[in-house]
Unconditional design. Structure first.
Length: 135
């Protein structure tokens, strides 16, 4: 059976898992972390490569999941260390995830339902991404 690679990609202010070669998304998630876990779960069952994209759409990391015939390939070699801009982007992603959680908790403590707080975070993310794109 051929491997089915999965990609974690930005999608409508959120994150999605998309099978390689498909135009449709497999699942949608509020955070990149949730999308990565969902993709890993899919790949545990079928094997393949996980590609994690940054907000700019470029692949920033990959990982083999399931039966990996070349397990050492995923290790970072000294020459493959991330650049300063990649580290900055990773830190931004972590900060964004923490802020998403903070917004969600604040919305829920203010009496909003889970669906409403997710929508608030999604709208905030779309606005912030468009501000980043403009600068």
């Amino acid at each position: 059976m051929p491997k089915r690679n999965q990609h974690v990609v930005p999608y409508e202010g959120r994150w999605a898992v998309r099978k390689e070669g498909s135009s449709r998304v497999t699942s949608r998630h509020d955070t990149q972390k949730e999308a990565i876990e969902a993709a890993r779960q899919l790949l545990r069952n079928q094997g393949g490569e996980l590609f994690i994209h940054g907000r700019n759409g470029q692949i920033r990391a990959s990982d083999s999941c399931g039966a990996d015939p070349y397990p050492r390939k995923d290790r970072v070699l000294a020459a493959d260390r991330p650049s300063a801009s990649q580290v900055d982007e990773s830190l931004e992603i972590i900060e964004d995830q923490e802020l998403d959680e903070e917004i969600r908790r604040a919305a829920q403590s203010s009496g909003y339902q889970e669906e409403d707080s997710v929508e608030i975070v999604r709208r905030y993310r779309i606005e912030k991404n468009s501000q980043r794109a403009a600068s």
